[in-house]
Design a binder for this molecule. Structure first.
Ligand code: ADP
Ligand code: ASP
Ligand code: MG
Length: 814
């Protein structure tokens, strides 16, 4: 016998009902099956709204209408797909149940508050109807069905809305039902019956608990809980990025996870299964191939100690000052037993400071708890000690679950250090007596961020890079391609790169788990999200990740002015955009000071020489005590190409046209020939080695006559260039006669004087052979002389630049 439970998410519409019925049929072919069903998604919420919130009769009837329509739609659509479905019969049942509900509501309009037994009847309608629908689907496929009535057979005690089941009594009752071997057993989840035979419910999410109970009562070999995710993950996969599916966990770990907030299981589900030693598998109705998560006794403890991270929101903390405890040494035990007696669940007992005693309860119990404390204080002391009790509201409990977790000293320190870095305050820390969890109390507003931070730290060993990419021209697109290509290689090295957003100057695409990165272009095209500075600042504020990086692959000046705010909001910055490093020295320094203060990285390897390892090499040299004597370099791919062609007797205008056709130049080659871009790169190098200069301090020897600047039209410019062809031909010939070649060279002299100009280079100089778009940088330093350090290779192109950006990205975690 196998028990299968399907949650509301698995029954949300007709297709899903039919998908569930197929799973039931498939399993029935192998062994007898018992099925527990929840209400379709949202139904219980609509019904609970009627009784839990202060709404008027019309609003209540509206909620009923909404719920009824969901059911009618479900059965209508089932009929469309499965024509033999007993639609009319089912519709009568649906109508009857909702008419009864409407009657009840009309009767109780005079009372504002529905009595709890009526609340239970209202809230549980969804489950009852799910069973009728499933019964009729299966019956129309000629299956025989036995329905177990939970009110008669799931014997429960406690209050109407949150009862606990007496398994042994339930087992006795169920064993008396004559169930034939060839019948499919169906039972509504969430419902039980008390000693008076009245309907009670088992608490929200209680169908999991019903399933466990029925599995025990029927001596099932296995209890399968079918839901909308592949199993139990290291944290809620709908809230936290980069979660991992757990193959198996122990009963104890599952109990702790659910008790401390993991909604995937009702907290009371696992205990009965553990007592009856029935394994449980959590499976995905919509991905039946996934193995799911096995919850069982045997468990491989050599696996990762930490199993999951959960949260409980809506928490308040009471702080009882030491003064009160001193007045009455029994106060703590009195509080604990009184709260227990009055059914107020104390979630955690925590230590706020050495002397105070503090504990957490659910926010909904705040008033009740305060009254109890007030009573106790009045009884125990004559003074006004009650007012000394502090109540801290709007809190969350974040818990980390795993066997013997507290003995892993580094886990606590990882939690403290990673939250500390993000300036998140931990109000309190506690270990539950089970030894399976560490819990911290933080402000509710910080919960998601904290979970993400701790999750990344504990499960990804901090080797996760969360990317926000701005700029998807040649370099940005090539970067995405390279990241995709290297995914598996890097994952084998424990490095994950996750792109969360891709933007250009107009729009942005937010990527979630349902968007495969390889299809980004299609999704980007379809994206309707505008991208502007406002969106950007929202994105910055909501940054939940430990290692998040803004990658700037634009040449946008406005964006480059935002780098300090990126760093202040906790991002590293990786940029191929030269604008920031060539702006004022003041801003240049401000970026570096901010990065240092915020402990974030600012990386711009591709600013000079694209993918060539220039900046990092320089840094390494100077960190280890070297000094620059002088520098000479060919820093422009287009000028390297054009000047190379001159020595082959090609005219300047023809060489420039060829360079343009090959994509080596800016859209208007005038920009390359102006020399300013080379000057920018030289400025970055000079600043890198410590010279405090501005762009204006660099002497630029113009290649072009001044009036050429006015030719904004490329064709016109290229035509005009012919006017200086003969001058350049002559210069190249003169150089050749001396055994030299013309090169456009950037120079940094000792003392920091910088210039960019055309030079005649002789045959034994490293720059002599550099042409065809190559860059070359020669550094004469204390360590590298008389033969200089030479870096040579392509200094432009999408792939080499993207690979430089990529290696900067990797450097953020190294
Ligand atoms: P059902 O309707 O099947 O009972 P629930 O919504 O009650 O489904 O529970 C499944 C949901 O639990 C998942 O969709 C997921 O968002 C949430 N969840 C919370 N924590 C976890 C976790 N650690 N692993 C998997 N799912 C989780
Ligand atoms: N339908 C109930 C709820 O939404 C019970 C369950 O789904 O387990 O809480
Ligand atoms: Mg559930």
């Amino acid at each position: 016998m196998k028990l299968l439970k399907f949650g509301g998410t698995s029954l949300a519409n007709a297709e899903k009902f039919l998908c569930v019925s197929n799973i039931i049929e498939k399993n029935k072919n192998h062994e007898q099956v018992a099925i527990v069903l929840s209400a379709p998604a949202k139904i219980t919420n609509y019904l609970a709204n009627i009784v839990e919130n202060d709404i008027n009769i019309n609003q209540a009837l509206e909620q009923i209408e909404l719920a009824e329509n969901i059911f009618i739609n479900i059965i209508k659509n089932i009929k469309k797909i499965q024509s033999c479905f007993l639609y009319e019969e089912t519709k009568k049942i649906v109508k009857k149940e909702f008419n009864q509900l409407k009657k009840i509501i009309n009767n109780f309009t005079l009372f504002k508050n529905y009595p709890e037994h009526i609340q239970a009847i209202i809230i549980s309608r969804g489950e009852i109807l799910s069973i009728w629908i499933m019964k009729n689907i299966l019956a129309s496929r000629s299956h025989l069905v036995t329905i177990i009535d939970p009110i008669e057979n799931i014997v429960s005690q406690g209050n109407y809305l949150n009862s606990t089941v007496n398994i042994h009594e339930s087992k006795t009752r169920i064993s008396k039902i004559n169930i034939k071997n060839n019948h499919i057993i169906l039972m509504a989840g969430f419902i039980g019956g008390n000693e008076k035979g009245e309907l009670v419910i088992l608490g929200r999410n209680g169908s999991d608990y019903s399933a466990a109970i029925l599995a025990c009562c029927l001596n099932a070999q296995l209890c399968e809980i079918w839901t909308d995710v592949d199993g139990v993950f290291t944290s809620d996969p709908k809230k936290i990025f980069n979660t991992c599916l757990l193959k198996s966990i122990s009963y104890e770990e599952a109990m702790e996870l659910s008790y401390l907030g993991a909604k995937v299981l009702h907290p009371r589900t696992i205990k009965p299964l553990k007592d009856f030693n029935i394994p449980c598998i959590i499976k995905n109705t919509f991905n039946i191939r996934s193995q799911g998560t096995l919850i069982c006794k045997k468990h491989n403890y050599s696996e990762n100690i930490v199993k999951g991270i959960t949260n409980l929101d809506g928490i308040v903390m009471y702080v009882i000052p030491n003064k009160l405890i001193q007045q009455n040494h029994n106060l703590i035990s009195m509080i604990l037993s009184l709260f227990k007696k009055k059914h107020i669940n104390i979630i955690l007992i925590t230590q706020l400071s050495q002397n105070n005693f503090s504990f957490c309860i659910l926010e909904k119990d705040t008033q009740k708890g305060l009254l109890l404390l007030q009573q106790l204080c009045k009884l125990e002391s004559k003074d006004k000690s009650f007012s000394d009790i502090k109540v801290i509201k709007n809190l969350s409990v974040l818990s980390i679950i795993g066997f013997n977790i507290f003995q892993q000293h580094n886990i606590t320190s990882k939690i403290f250090s990673s939250l500390g870095k993000s300036k998140i305050n931990i109000l309190s820390i506690a270990q539950r007596s089970s030894n399976y969890s560490i819990s911290i109390v933080i402000k509710k507003k910080n919960i998601l961020q904290s979970m993400q931070i701790i999750h990344d730290k504990l499960f990804h060993n901090n080797k996760i890079i969360n990317v926000f990419l701005i700029g998807i021209g040649g370099v940005g697109s090539a970067l995405i391609q390279q990241i995709l290509q290297q995914k598996h290689f890097l994952e084998n090295k424990n490095i994950t790169i996750k792109i969360h957003a891709i933007a250009n100057s107009k729009k942005i695409l937010f990527l979630n788990d349902s968007i495969e990165l390889k299809n980004w272009k299609k999704y980007f095209k379809e994206s309707k999200e505008k991208f502007n500075l406002e969106v950007l600042s929202k994105l910055l504020k909501n940054n939940y990740f430990v290692n998040s990086v803004i990658v700037d692959c634009t040449s946008d000046e406005i964006l480059s002015k935002k780098y300090t705010s990126f760093l202040l909001q906790g991002f590293h910055v990786v940029t191929s955009n030269k604008k920031a490093n060539t702006s004022s020295l003041k801003y240049y320094n401000e970026i570096r000071t901010t990065a240092l203060k915020e402990n974030k990285k600012f990386l711009y390897e591709t600013n000079v020489g694209a993918g060539l390892p220039v900046i990092q090499t320089l840094k390494n040299l100077f960190y280890t005590g070297d000094n620059l004597i002088c520098f000479k370099g060919i820093l422009s791919g287009s000028l390297s190409f054009i000047f190379g062609k001159l020595e082959e007797n090609i005219l300047l205008s023809d060489a420039t046209k060829q360079a343009k056709d090959l994509g080596f130049t800016e859209p208007n080659p005038c920009d390359d020939l102006s020399g300013v871009d080379v000057a920018r790169k030289l400025l970055i190098l000079a600043r890198e080695v410590g010279y405090k200069i501005e762009l204006e301090d660099i002497e630029i020897q113009a290649i072009l006559p001044n009036h050429f600047k006015k030719y904004k039209n490329t064709e016109e410019f290229l035509y005009k260039l012919k006017e200086i062809d003969s001058t350049f031909k002559e210069k190249a010939q003169n150089a050749k006669n001396l055994g030299k070649v013309l090169r456009f060279v950037g120079t940094i002299e000792q003392g920091g004087k910088c210039s960019v100009k055309i030079e005649e280079i002789n045959s034994n100089h490293p720059l002599y052979k550099v042409k065809n778009g190559e860059n070359a940088l020669t550094f004469y330093t204390n360590y590298y002389q008389p033969i200089p350090l030479v870096l040579r290779g392509y200094g432009a192109g999408n792939n080499v630049t993207a690979s430089g950006v990529f290696s900067d990205l990797l450097r953020t975690i190294l």
